[in-house]
Design a protein around this ligand. Structure first.
Ligand SMILES: Nc1ncnc2c1ncn2[C@@H]1O[C@H](COP(=O)(O)OP(=O)(O)OP(=O)(O)O)[C@@H](O)[C@H]1O
Ligand SMILES: [Mg+2]
Length: 364
């Protein structure tokens, strides 16, 4: 196993500056998810780790050794792509053993490695099939098997589940997690799917336009986003925002009046324009006419059975709230609602550069 470290990594394709100064230290055995929207440079970063692409500047180290000039096959990595890229004329056994075979491994060694990987992935019964005789999920498992037999120090995954249907994706997510717990191989996993990022990662690195926005555990990014971009990216339905005014220890906007939690406020924060952000599940419906911190008009109600998603208008902004189904039963479209929000669960962001103005409380 090995740590992975990127330092000052840039990548330009002609005039396009795709990766713009990435520093990232991935610990031995860690499962790091690189997440971001389409075109933000995830695959390019991963391909540089694999050696399929050269950084324009900066250095990449695997296991403490700078590998900028090391060929892909000598980096001790194995990559799994979205397209499984299995050889159609070969059986599963041959597909899985092929990488070792071209490296000149002896037949008994290949057989043993394939048998091992097949057991781990629960595909022993598929070993004599050809790719076309299997489902997408089974093929994806074979593609992982092909990576496993190499016993790499680092696994690189590029959207490995995005060709699968939703339920299979969920199932494979759990299997990937189990596999990582069992093998403990350092893993860098690229996805644009925030659910995969949240559920799989030890730590997430969120990328936007080639720049890392925040690195941390899923809980750190979800609970204490460093900026409004991170706050928006994670969570579904997403965090609600409205332009507001910070004044005398309170945050005001049309229909909004929430006290500031002084000890969470970043140093140097002054009164003035801010964004306030509230997650849909942090809005509580106030029944019985108690004065609420958020006053809104109901637009559309979406009953889910176990809860109701209420689409609201807060001033000019559109918000979503997740209410208890029973509480929401009395709501009607175009009616008014009052909600409360615990001041500690609201988030504040600067209006100019959108950085977080609330910081995670230190360890207590
Ligand atoms: N070989 C190349 N030549 C020129 N531009 C490239 C090349 N490879 C990638 N790019 C550009 O670099 C940017 C980042 O591409 P990349 O494939 O890394 O994005 P991504 O985050 O993986 O996106 P997706 O989620 O769609 O896979 C894109 O704008 C892409 O067009
Ligand atoms: Mg990509």
């Amino acid at each position: 196993m090995a740590s992975v470290s990127l330092s000052g990594v840039h990548k330009r394709f002609g005039d396009t500056h795709v990766v713009r100064g990435v520093d990232l230290d991935i610990a031995d055995g860690e499962f790091l998810v690189l997440v971001g929207s389409s075109g933000c440079g995830k695959s390019t970063l991963l391909r540089m780790l694999a050696g399929l692409e050269q950084p324009s500047s900066g250095s990449i180290a695997i296991g403490g050794r700078v590998v900028n000039d090391v060929a892909p096959r000598d980096r001790d990595i194995a990559m799994v792509f979205q397209s499984y890229a299995l050889y159609p004329h070969m059986t599963v056994r041959e597909n899985m053993g092929f990488g070792l075979k071209v490296r000149g491994a002896a037949a008994p060694e290949i057989d043993a490695a394939v048998a091992d990987a097949a057991r781990v992935l629960d595909i022993v019964h598929l070993l004599d099939r050809k790719p076309k005789e299997m489902s997408g999920g089974q093929r994806q498992r074979v593609a992982m098997g092909r990576a496993l037999v190499r016993k790499p120090k680092v696994f690189l995954f590029d959207e490995p589940l995005s060709n699968l249907d939703a339920s299979l994706r969920g199932q494979m997510r759990v299997e990937l997690k189990r596999l990582h717990a069992k093998l403990g191989v350092t893993t860098v996993y690229v996805t644009h799917d925030q659910v995969e990022a949240m559920t799989l990662a030890d730590r997430i690195a969120l990328l936007d336009k080639g720049v890392v926005q925040q690195v941390g555990t899923p809980a750190e990014l979800y609970d204490w986003p460093a900026n409004r971009f991170t706050a928006r990216f994670l969570g579904s339905p997403g965090m609600n925002f409205v332009e507001a005014e910070l004044r005398d220890g309170r945050v005001f906007a049309p229909g909004v009046d929430v006290p500031v939690v002084a000890e969470l406020l970043a140093e140097g924060t002054t009164d003035g324009p801010v964004w306030i952000g509230v997650r849909p599940h942090d809005l509580r419906l106030e029944v019985g006419g108690a004065a609420g911190a958020i006053e809104a008009e109901v637009d559309v109600l979406e009953p889910m059975g176990w809860e109701t998603h209420a689409h609201l208008r807060v001033g000019d902004a559109r918000w979503t709230a997740r209410f208890d189904a029973a509480d929401a039963a009395s709501l009607t479209p175009r009616g008014r609602v009052r909600c409360s929000v615990a001041p500690r669960s609201a988030r504040l962001f600067a209006r100019d550069d959108e950085r977080a103005l609330y910081r995670a409380p230190g360890p207590t």
